[in-house]
Design a binder for this molecule. Structure first.
Ligand code: ZN
Ligand code: ZN
Length: 249
């Protein structure tokens, strides 16, 4: 299984878990043309998509996915927000509920609630025999839960408090944005604590996602979290492809 990062920032998010035969799209925040290119125009192998919440950087292109016959799953709250922007009212995403399992090809997806300034935001636990148990959590101030048996992790590491504070101090960032960021996105220390609260013994890759452009420091985040967890840490960047298997091989 490969993880393909098509976008991982407030400019647009989309990740593909793709083994060449079947693929799952996580987030629809990147133009569908880019998604087509990423699967060599073999769109039929994308068995489905899951969307965490309605913000444009995650959901802007949902309609194009559905038009391409890809089932797109999201919470009821997210769905109600997303369809407000649809140009074709006869198209609809599919609803999923927290705690229930949705089967998408050989992927099994279970949603859980996250903390964000959105209607009903979700994170996802994704299982596939090739990549094992994958945690996906973005745009969340905090995670209420810990997870057993993880093999790969994608987690938001949006900002660091001291960098954010310095940006407000210097006038680079309005203070209202500081408050919003702190309530809706995951801070570096929170990310570290969240990772350490989980059993990481079976984890092969930790991918830090959705870093803020101005309030983060990718190399320090990578180094610091590598030292604390002892794991392989990647910073998600558009165009990146990683081997994402259950075993390290
Ligand atoms: Zn976002
Ligand atoms: Zn958001």
């Amino acid at each position: 299984m490969q993880l393909k990062v098509l976008g991982s920032s407030s400019k647009g998010n989309c990740y593909l878990l793709d083994n060449g035969k079947e693929a799952l799209a996580i987030e629809c925040g990147i133009s569908f043309k880019e998604v087509q290119k990423a699967v060599n125009f073999d769109v039929s192998r994308i068995k489905g998509a899951i969307v965490s919440h309605e913000h444009g950087d995650h959901a802007k292109h949902v309609e194009n996915f559905i038009q391409a016959q890809i089932p797109v799953y999201m919470s009821t709250g997210t769905l109600h927000e997303v369809i407000k922007k649809f140009k074709r009212p006869y198209l609809s995403p599919l609803m999923m509920e927290a705690g229930c399992i949705v089967e998408i090809g050989n992927f099994r997806v279970q949603a859980f609630d996250t903390i964000h300034d959105a209607a009903e935001p979700f994170g996802f636990l994704i299982y596939h025999p090739e990549c094992g148990m994958v945690l996906f959590a973005t745009d969340t101030h905090y995670l209420h839960y810990t997870f057993a048996g993880l093999n790969n992790i994608l987690i938001e590491c949006n900002f660091r408090q001291d960098i954010l504070d310095a940006n407000v101090e210097s006038g680079r960032l309005p203070s209202a944005l500081r408050a919003r960021t702190m309530k809706s996105h995951m801070e570096y220390e929170t990310c570290k604590g969240t990772l350490l609260a989980n059993d990481l013994s079976g984890v092969n890759n930790i991918v830090l996602i959705h870093l803020s452009d101005g309030n983060s420091n990718a190399s320090e985040f990578r180094q610091g979290i590598m030292e604390e967890t002892g794991k392989t840490i990647h910073i998600a960047e558009s165009g990146m492809t990683l081997n994402f298997n259950k075993s390290p091989f």
